[in-house]
Design a protein around this ligand. Structure first.
Ligand code: HEM
Length: 127
């Protein structure tokens, strides 16, 4: 009998690949409509969606697709060319909160995802 504790399921396991796809899709639709965020994001978000999917796949404990394709994310450095103040970070998180409500039925999972992203968003503030 194996008495070792079960490995904890990752956020990626709980969300699933399809769930992550739905979340990111909804998120960038909201970003695209947001008066503050639409100023700094490109008009065509196709590539942004693809890169974010690749990044979050690994970030949440699934396949490290971003690393495989683009190398180390260096997230803070990649965001330096965009003016990100507290307002932009709050707006980004507000879009994420709404996208979570719209696509992830499990409340505990929503909270775990939001907490992980909120910690990271703070580090992107550069103004
Ligand atoms: C704090 C508010 C944030 C703002 C305003 C913001 C804004 C942006 C912008 C303008 C881009 C460039 C889009 C493009 O040119 O395609 C970008 C790319 C990206 N962001 Fe953010 N971001 C924020 C937070 C985050 C967070 C929290 C994460 C990760 C958890 C993240 C992950 C990424 C990734 C992976 C990319 C693609 C990088 C690449 O070009 O390879 N961002 N972000």
């Amino acid at each position: 009998m194996d008495l070792r504790p079960m490995e904890e399921a990752t956020i990626y396991d709980r969300l699933t690949k399809e769930g992550l796809g739905r979340l990111i899709h909804r998120f960038y639709d909201l970003v695209h409509q947001h008066p503050l965020l639409r100023e700094i994001f490109p008009e065509d978000l196709t590539e942004t969606r693809e890169k974010q999917f690749a990044f979050m796949s690994g970030f949440f404990g699934g396949p490290p697709l971003y690393m495989e394709k683009y190398g180390h994310p260096r997230l803070r450095m990649r965001h330096l060319k965009f003016p990100i103040g507290e307002g932009e970070a709050r707006a980004w998180l507000a879009c994420m909160e709404q996208a979570l409500k719209d696509t992830v039925p499990d409340q505990k999972l929503r909270e775990d995802i939001f907490a992980a992203l909120a910690r990271t968003a703070v580090h992107m503030i550069n103004q």
